[in-house]
Design a protein around this ligand. Structure first.
Ligand code: NAP
Length: 654
């Protein structure tokens, strides 16, 4: 009999147990050349049930998201690969049924990978994410307990069909509620539908940049936008969400009707006409890095060539042989420049603030065939590979980002001893890549603490590009845009045929440009001003039955991928909806005092972290007053715990 980890439900194979394999020994040995040996070791325990594999050696350092061998020597790797072949062959010959491992042994495997024991809360969170038992523990199962007529009377509108809106759709379908997903775009994916500039790719490892219950075989460790779009299209098709989606349709406003306890949702159709929908619940999944922020530079409208925001890259643009001006070099600009540098005749990059970058040798690497094979076939190997990408960021929480009050941090060089050490490592990377070019080194080392803004990834492609003869990095401020180029404050005109504004997004303006009107006619905009906040990032007083995914205070500049957050927030929102439906109540609303306490706590925490440091003058994380309302200050396992079970005392159900 197969163990519980080999099957799920009615004898179905656990999807994480891998597809049974039939490869001969020689092919297995060949494939193993490409694998992560620590992940293989864990998979071998699943295959054999023998814990000796993790007990015979310890890893000398903790997981690293870019070193899939976690520091194992070449000899140790070869030894494991050699002994793994007969073990895998025996697993194959016995019918590919993994052994059932208890929680204690699974925790031991995690501790092996982490090279240290793991705190119980973190271990529980990671076990939930790894899903060794197969089924999705967050799948909504309460649908059948709600009478059909109550469900029929409880339509839900989801605004946005990006990553979190799709997830909301999956959960609402599981609950059996009627729902409509409205999206202004022509298809799913949100940010990945919109951002099609050359080089657009994730800068969070792909194997953790997907739903925990829907892993896939990414072709690259950090995959590019077409693959992400295809992933979301596949999920929408698999869960039958298309029938619920209204594309090219914009929500212009939502208004709470207190008398009927219903949200009146105003939408604009593709032909420009208006329509009204009623919803008992609204889930906003509009994203928070998708409203293009164009700079206000005099003369922008006089430019004679094509000019556009990076998220609006024209599909038919040919940059070959052009003089190309790239204004802004944050996450988007960093990806665009190296990809077009060899095509354009001249690339001028206008960078206001220098970026810290993380040396990442696998940033543009393809997943080799052997690793793909292991991900497909070896039991739970893919989960352990995800662990390698996920755990390093998660395990340190916000500790590396905390300002040490006893450290002389005021000059912005560093915020703590550890942060100084990080600066030195990152500086070393920059110096090594730009050796012999002191001019570029000087322009490439930031004057604020490491990690103070979102760190970007570099496998050398950015720094090596700066050395090219046709590339110029300009740090002089821009005075105006002329019809034929860009004029800097020193009066120099650099001619341009094309201008791309890679100038970021209006990150502080959550839910804009919709008008959201709650109880008593108060609008979200009035309630928030420049200080958007929401209890757990999910809901606000005066706005009953309205939930945000990726709301205020939940962006991650530390830790893992936003998919983790979405899964927690969506479950929390669905729990709240359940509370209303289960008691046939009208609405659920967070208590004002609970929200206030949370908001104060959020500010107290975030103000002690590097992103709020005063040495950072320009950052999309900060509001106009320099305060941070966008980011989460919580270690992800803490947030997992905070959102996991809705506390009825926090809410008014009426
Ligand atoms: P960003 O990181 O905010 O960078 C915007 C750039 O434009 C910065 O260099 C900024 O300079 C510059 N800029 C803005 N206004 C300017 C002005 N008036 N004059 C001159 N320069 C100006 O924006 P982004 O690159 O679009 O990225 C935003 C976020 O989107 C990222 O943090 C990330 O979360 C997400 N993103 C992710 C990926 C990915 O995963 N691969 C890719 C793209 C974006 P300052 O630094 O001085 O403000």
């Amino acid at each position: 009999m197969p163990g519980a980890q080999g099957t799920q439900g009615q004898g179905e194979r656990n999807p994480h147990a891998g597809e049974p394999l039939t490869d001969d020994d020689e092919s297995i040995a060949r494939a193993l050349e490409d694998v992560s040996v620590p992940a293989l070791i864990c998979s071998l325990v699943h295959m054999t049930g023998d814990p000796t594999w993790v007990r015979e050696r310890t890893l000398r350092r903790a997981t690293s998201m870019v070193d899939f061998q976690i520091g194992m020597s070449a000899d140790d790797q070869a030894d494991v690969r050699r002994r793994a072949v007969p073990a895998i062959a025996a697993y194959r010959d016995a019918g590919c049924e993994p052994a059932e491992l208890g929680d204690e042994l699974l925790d031991e495997l995690m501790a092996f990978m982490a090279a240290a024991p793991i705190e119980p809360r973190l271990a529980a969170m990671m076990r939930e994410d790894m899903r060794f038992d197969g089924p999705d523990p967050r799948a909504v199962e309460w649908g059948d307990s709600v009478p059909d007529d109550v469900k029929r009377r409880s339509p839900v509108v989801v605004i946005g069909a990006g990553e979190s809106g799709i997830l909301a759709g999956i959960r609402l379908a599981q609950a059996g509620l009627p729902f409509t997903i409205i999206d202004k775009n022509g298809g799913p994916g949100g940010t990945w539908w919109e951002n099609r500039y050359p080089g657009a790719r994730v800068d969070v490892g792909s194997h953790q940049y997907c739903y925990s219950f829907e892993p896939t075989e990414w072709t690259q460790y950090y995959c590019q936008h077409p693959e992400l779009r295809a992933y979301f299209e596949g999920i929408v098709a698999k869960y039958g969400l298309d029938a619920h989606c209204r594309w090219n349709t914009t929500v212009t406003g939502v208004r709470w009707d207190d008398e009927h306890s219903v949200w009146r949702v105003a939408i604009e159709l593709p032909d420009g006409s208006a329509e009204a929908l009623d919803a008992r619940f609204v889930i906003s999944a509009v994203g928070s890095l998708n409203l293009p922020k164009l700079p206000e530079i005099p003369g922008m409208d006089t430019f004679e060539g094509p000019s556009f925001h990076s998220a609006r890259w024209p599909a038919d643009l040919d940059v070959t042989g052009t003089a190309f001006a790239l204004i802004g070099a944050g996450a988007s600009g960093f990806q665009i420049a190296p990809v077009i540098a060899d095509e354009v005749q001249q690339l001028t990059i206008y960078q206001r603030t220098t970026q810290w970058m993380f040396p990442n040798p696998v940033y543009r690497a393809y997943v080799p065939a052997g690793n793909q094979w292991a991900i497909r076939h070896l039991p739970f190997y893919a989960r352990w590979f995800r662990f390698i990408q996920t755990f390093p960021g998660i395990s340190t929480g916000t500790t590396p980002f905390r300002v040490d009050p006893d450290y002389p941090h005021e000059d912005g060089n560093a915020i703590s001893e550890a942060n100084l050490a990080r600066r030195e490592v990152l500086e070393q990377w920059i110096r090594s890549q730009l050796d012999g070019r002191p001019d570029l080194i000087e322009r490439s080392i930031p004057d604020y603490p490491a990690s103070g803004k979102r760190i970007v990834q570099d496998d050398g492609f950015w720094l090596q590009m700066l050395r090219k003869d046709n590339v110029e990095l300009v740090h002089t401020g821009i005075e105006r845009i002329a019809p034929n180029g860009v004029v800097t404050v020193d009066g120099v005109l650099r001619e341009a045929d094309v201008i791309c504004y890679a100038t970021g997004f209006r990150h502080n303006e959550f839910l804009a440009p919709m008008e959201v009107t709650g109880r008593g006619g108060v609008t979200l905009r009035e309630q928030w001003g420049d200080e958007p906040s929401a209890y757990l990032g999910v809901t606000s007083p005066n706005f009953p039955n309205l939930f945000y995914l990726y709301g205020p205070g939940t962006n991650l500049a530390h830790s893992s991928s936003l998919f983790f957050h979405s899964e927690y927030q969506t479950s929390h929102a669905l729990d709240a909806i359940h509370r209303v439906l289960a008691t046939d109540a009208r609405s659920i609303e967070v208590r004002a005092d609970v929200h206030e306490r949370y908001a104060a706590w959020h500010q107290e925490e975030i103000s002690q972290l590097v992103w709020a440091h005063p040495s950072i003058h320009h950052s999309h994380y900060k509001n106009p007053q320099g305060k941070v309302f966008t980011l989460s200050p919580w270690p992800i396992d803490q947030y997992w715990e905070m959102t996991r079970e809705l506390d009825p005392d926090d809410y008014i159900v009426s």
